[in-house]
Ligand binder design. Structure first.
Ligand code: GLU
Length: 300
């Protein structure tokens, strides 16, 4: 198949996880929440839900919103400060999301996860059941890491990885990562003007891994390396993944309409880290147990 045909396949995607980074939700100059962008996002997501698609939003922005509310200018380094910012910011973020979704009569739910939720079979099962139930009720879950309780041992640390694990958990067929970059380049385009854009990635090769060495922005957490980790998890679990620029949420519609936008990573069930390997590496339970516990999950 040629790229255009792969892109056309995205039209059929039914269960879609969309991750939006803090940089795509805030004003670059002030760090304040960008209401216009949030409104766009909410409208596009509601419209996807109206089309009968199952949508899950993984939204960053809690720390950024809290830090702004508390008048903290620099990105906090100390964990307790980050947690305090998240505690203030997550509530603000949800208040805004609820208000905006309510305008379209769309219900939204908050789901806060830690690595413990994914690693512990009972918590994972409960999270899985909740996601499925919400999908039946046509509610859009808004997921974030439970930053206020996440300690070093149980934190994902970035929402790229979290969103890939959510995609695996619910058996999503598409993961879209919206960030402040257009997609994957052969090198960091901010430093190397010869860096070439890559539109389609048929599998994670050593060369692709080597390209995942990008820096993060002032507000977000993940760089290109966390996006490549996300790709390895998502692809290995049967979901295609797209990295695209979240400057305008309408890009989501264009991606799902099959337009050639961002970088498309193709799920092939081979070559990437599979979720079972991810869990095994983390020293967790056996893949078989994972598979038995969650029928919806695709363990390759
Ligand atoms: N959970 C963090 C927040 O809401 C974001 C982590 C990330 O940006 O990847 O601020």
């Amino acid at each position: 198949m040629i790229e255009k045909e792969y892109r056309q396949q995205l039209i059929k995607k039914q269960r879609i996880v969309i991750k939006i980074g803090s940089s795509s939700l805030t004003h670059e100059e002030t760090g304040d929440i960008n209401l216009d962008k949030m409104e766009q996002l909410v409208r596009v997501l509601t419209d996807l839900s109206n089309q009968g698609k199952e949508v899950i939003l993984v939204s960053s922005g809690a720390i950024a919103a809290g830090r702004r509310a508390l008048g903290i200018c620099e990105k906090p380094k100390e964990k307790s400060v980050k947690q305090a910012c998240a505690a203030v910011g997550q509530a603000r973020l949800m208040m805004l999301y609820q208000k905006l979704f309510a305008e379209y009569n769309q219900s939204a739910a908050q789901i806060l996860l830690t690595k413990y939720t994914i690693n512990d079979s009972t918590s994972r099962q409960n999270a899985h059941n909740t996601f499925l139930e919400l999908a039946k009720m046509k509610v859009i879950p808004i997921v974030n890491e439970n930053d206020t309780v996440a300690t070093d041992e149980i934190e994902f640390g970035d929402n790229d990885t979290l969103s890939a694990l959510v995609a695996a958990l619910v058996g999503a067929d598409l993961l879209i990562l919206l960030s402040d970059i257009d997609g994957l380049y052969t090198d960091d385009p901010r430093k190397n003007d010869k860096a070439e854009f890559i539109s389609i990635v048929p599998g994670i090769t050593k060369e692709i891994l080597a390209m995942g060495k990008g820096a993060g922005s002032n507000v977000g957490t993940g760089g290109m390396s966390t996006k490549i980790t996300a790709a390895r998890i998502a692809l290995g679990c049967g979901a295609d993944m797209v990295i695209a620029n979240g400057a305008n949420a309408r890009i989501i519609r264009d991606i799902i309409a099959g337009k050639t936008i961002g970088t498309l990573f193709l799920a092939d069930g081979e070559g990437g880290i599979k979720l079972k390997d991810y869990l095994r590496r983390e020293g967790q339970e056996s893949p078989q147990e994972f598979k038995d516990k969650i029928p919806g999950i695709r363990i390759c």
